[in-house]
Ligand binder design. Structure first.
Ligand code: IMP
Ligand code: MG
Length: 171
């Protein structure tokens, strides 16, 4: 297999620093519950929280969508739920990539129904070419072309998450 570097490590580092600064400014010292969507976002999330200078609580959620045939919201299966209540909390959902938007649009509806004080989304990548379920991305790392990418948490068949850069899989 060969991998072509698509977003180099240094570029990722500096973008995450910028995102952290913006988030720090926006939450202005208030506590924020960061929800990392497993598995892909764990790398992005761990680098991002270290650039946020506000009190944070980190939670994890596992989710799988029922598939493209399902159009209405609320059709996400939570395979691992949060360990704490988000009622009245500032919530920042952290995702690796918004592709069709299905997972996130469903997940955001589920979390909104739990009445957080606010809810925002940070996504490392966004692939607009395939978007079917629009979601508001408040903090975006990079917009990318319609390519299947791996590395920096993103996988192909469970592999390559450990790559420090984002690459395009060449088979
Ligand atoms: P959705 O289509 O927006 O619901 O995205 C669902 C999930 O598909 C994402 O959270 C990723 O885990 C995965 N995914 C989408 N595009 C890619 C890609 O280019 N590389 C690796 N995983 C991807
Ligand atoms: Mg994912």
């Amino acid at each position: 297999m060969s991998v072509e570097v698509y977003i180099p490590e240094e570029k990722i580092k500096s973008r995450i620093k910028e995102l952290g600064e913006q988030i720090t400014k926006d939450y202005n010292g208030e506590e924020v519950v960061i929800i990392a969507v497993l598995n892909g976002s764990f790398v992005f999330c761990s680098d991002l929280i270290r650039q946020i200078k506000c009190p944070v609580i980190v939670e994890f959620v596992g989710a799988s969508s029922y598939g493209e045939g399902v159009e209405s919201s609320g059709n996400v299966k939570i395979t691992m739920d949060l360990k704490r209540d988000i009622l009245g909390k500032h919530v920042l959902v952290v995702e690796d990539i918004v592709d069709t938007g299905l997972t996130l649009s469903n997940l955001l509806e589920v979390f909104k129904s739990r009445k957080p004080k606010s809810i925002k989304l940070a996504s490392f990548l966004f692939k607009p070419a395939r978007l079917k379920h629009p979601v508001p991305i408040n903090y975006l790392g990079f917009e990318i072309e319609d390519k299947f990418v791996i590395g920096y948490g993103l996988d192909y068949g469970g592999k390559y998450r450990e790559l420090p850069y984002v690459g395009v899989y060449k088979g």
